[in-house]
Design a protein around this ligand. Structure first.
Ligand code: GCV
Length: 658
């Protein structure tokens, strides 16, 4: 309530108050190195504010409440243990990052960290790389602007062609990321334009400066590179990955990168996709391209994240045999086993493009001999563009819990060694445009650390940290606004998994036929009788057969396909009866009326929290709710009118449809 006007230092989930329990105690810190230095600084600052003390020397003979200690050889570099005996809470780690994560664990526990005995618990991340990809351009792009699909102001790193040169801002960002477990950031857009290509070589110093600000919080820097770099930067006549001169060029370029950034994480590559260059130009495969970069990075310990988002983006809408959903599996499944050890295939969680509802990508179950990263989208391109409340925790949790081989097989969260989100942060005073979108960033980090975590518990954590000592009414209100917000968004937008009924280009707001006759491969095929895409093996594109059993069978038949994915997999009549017992068209009407009512209710709940949230934050969210409600109403009316006009079936409840 007493927070000042927000600035880029808006503390988000780390307000000073969250450190009070720790800051009033006596803490002994044993550890060396830069990240341990960060831990020392954090504790010292909290103590200076709240009256506690950092115990000096080796602590022998001194009394302390908290021991943060580096040195246990049995743990991984990011692991830590936490225990409490005889009035002392002890965090033990083998490395600086483990110590830092242990510190933030204590902050999350708050007073509970210092109460009663606590049996020793080992905490270790389930995934090795927990990365944010920034789709940030260095130079303002004429169409996509400074941040492609960015809804939180400008870039944290770049402004109008140059690095911002604001290490304090970057460091503050890294601090937030470390507190939810994120350990890697890719600092530029996967669409690598002319200016950005130079970050790899003559402008690596700017990247190194950013890396320097991320490093104290244990965050490693990655870079998106263009596959054509040897041509556009090196003056070579080819970028053929099997050419010796090309391979030497990359090896030299990578050496330069590591000279500037010794702990550089590696490259992110979008190749042969949506106009980006790639190995196909030279008749080579994705594995050839990936492995060439992997070979250049290997001597330095770097990794290449090669994206599987590859499809024909110049499709003919008349052609029903080409199915964009099939593309990633068609391209990559045959290459399983061919990728180098330090190559990771980065797969979007669904087969299309971050729609509010998609099946889990079949690629995630199809490459057992390939290292995989799952990519989700925190930036809300298709989920309300940070003008709508849409907390994505439950969706991501469903994806991570999906078992491609069915019941006994591993979950996606176990199959993927790396988790990646497209970042939703920018230079907006609240970091994420919509203040409640911070919950998405936080939840991503925590799910990346523990993919099987309960997302609602993670939301509790976010609420507890962001609003320390929040009264029960605030906690309940925030849950009421956020818990169901993804399903609410789904209700008032494109129905039953059909996707892409958005305005072309910027992707905000409804346009039912906006992409219906476009080259992007995103169609719904509505006619007077029915709607949906037949992706069955028997009569459709065969996409359903890209899954292993039991899913291939489940999705193949409209009778067993889950309702929420029905129109993704099947073209059905409007009168088709869903498993819920409703017809498709009545479901559409009901869902759209309900969705808007739920937004009205969330807006009402938020209004009732005005006395519990600092005014500037409350006002921002309240204003955004007005826009969300307007937009949701527009979605409802356009979608319902479209279905009424196509089908001629009236609403069973006689509500107003246009
Ligand atoms: C960075 C979608 C988005 C593009 C994005 C692309 C990708 O198509 O609309 O803006 O490009 O995905 O993931 O590469």
């Amino acid at each position: 309530m007493n927070r000042a006007e927000p600035s880029w230092t808006d503390p988000a989930w780390l307000p000073p108050e969250a450190f009070r329990p720790l800051g009033t105690r006596r803490t002994l810190i044993r550890g060396t190195g830069p990240v341990a230095g960060t831990v020392r600084g954090e504790v010292a600052e909290a103590c200076a504010r709240f009256g506690g003390e950092v115990v000096r020397g080796d602590g022998t003979g001194a009394a302390y409440d908290l021991l943060l200690e580096m040195g246990d050889g049995g743990l991984g570099e990011e692991d830590f243990t936490c225990a409490r005996h005889g009035g002392t809470t002890t965090v033990t780690a083998s490395g600086g990052r483990g110590l830092l994560y242990g510190l933030f664990h204590v902050v999350r526990l708050g007073e509970k960290a210092f109460a009663g005995p606590r049996p020793g618990e080992v905490h270790r991340p389930a995934t090795a790389v927990r990365m944010l990809d920034h789709w940030d351009n260095v130079a303002v792009h004429p169409v996509m602007g400074q941040v492609e699909r960015g809804y939180a102001g400008g870039s944290l790193f770049w402004r109008e062609g140059r690095a911002r040169g604001e290490p304090g801002r970057v460091r503050a960002y890294a601090r937030l990321l470390a507190a939810c477990g994120i350990n890697a950031v890719c600092v530029n857009n996967v669409n690598v334009h002319a200016t950005e290509a130079h970050l790899l070589t003559d402008r690596i110093g700017e990247v190194a400066a950013i890396a320097g600000a991320l490093r104290p919080y244990g965050v490693r820097t990655h870079l998106s590179v263009t596959f054509a770099a040897p041509v556009v930067l090196g003056g070579l006549s080819t970028a053929d990955p099997l050419e010796a001169a090309v391979r030497q060029w990359w090896a030299r370029a990578v050496r330069g990168v590591y000279d500037a950034i010794p702990d550089f994480g590696g490259f992110v590559v979008k190749a042969d996709s949506e106009g980006q260059p790639g190995p196909f130009t030279y008749g080579r495969s994705h594995a050839d391209g990936t492995n060439m970069l992997a070979a250049a990075l290997a001597p330095h310990g770097g990794t290449v994240h090669w994206r599987a988002f590859v499809y024909d983006h110049r499709q003919d809408w008349r052609d029903r045999t080409t199915d964009r959903a099939r593309a990633a599996h068609d391209h990559f499944a045959p290459l399983d086993g061919e990728f180098a050890d330090n190559a990771v295939l980065q797969v979007k969680h669904g087969p299309m493009d971050f729609q509010v509802r998609e099946p889990v990508s079949p690629v995630l179950g199809a490459l057992p001999r390939t290292r995989l990263a799952v990519e989700v989208q925190a930036t809300q391109e298709y989920t309300g563009q940070q003008r709508h409340v849409c907390w994505l925790g439950p969706m991501w949790s469903e994806v991570l819990g999906f078992r491609p081989q069915g019941g006994a097989g591993p979950a996606v969260g176990e199959l993927a060694g790396h988790l990646v989100a497209v970042s939703n942060a920018g230079d907006d005073p609240f970091w994420t445009g919509h203040p409640l979108a911070q919950a998405n960033l936080y939840t991503f980090g925590r799910l990346a650390w523990r993919p099987d975590a309960d997302p609602y518990r993670v939301l509790d954590e976010w609420i507890g940290l962001t609003f320390p000592s929040a009264p029960e009414r605030l906690v309940t209100g925030l849950h009421a606004v956020l818990d169901g917000s993804w399903r609410t968004y789904e209700k008032y937008t494109a129905p039953l998994g059909v996707g892409f009924m958005v305005q072309p280009g910027h992707h905000y707001g409804p346009s039912v036929d906006g992409y219906e006759y476009s080259p992007w491969g995103t169609y719904h095929f509505a006619d007077r009788d029915g709607i949906g895409v037949d992706r069955s093996a028997a009569t459709g594109t065969g996409y359903a057969a890209q899954y292993a059993e039991p899913w291939a069978g489940v999705y193949e038949s409209a009778a067993t396909c889950p309702d929420e994915l029905l129109l993704f997999f099947h073209h059905v009549p409007y009168g088709h009866v869903l498993r819920s017992g409703k017809t498709v068209v009545q479901h559409v009407y009901d869902a759209h009326f309900e969705g808007v009512e739920e937004v009205e209710e969330a807006r009402r709940v938020w209004a009732g929290l005005a006395d519990l949230v600092e005014p500037v934050r409350h006002t921002r969210v309240a204003e955004l709710f007005e826009e969300q409600l307007r937009s949701a109403g527009e979605w409802r009316d356009q979608i319902n009118s479209y279905f009424l006009r196509k089908s001629g079936v009236p609403d069973a409840h006689g509500r107003r449809i246009y």
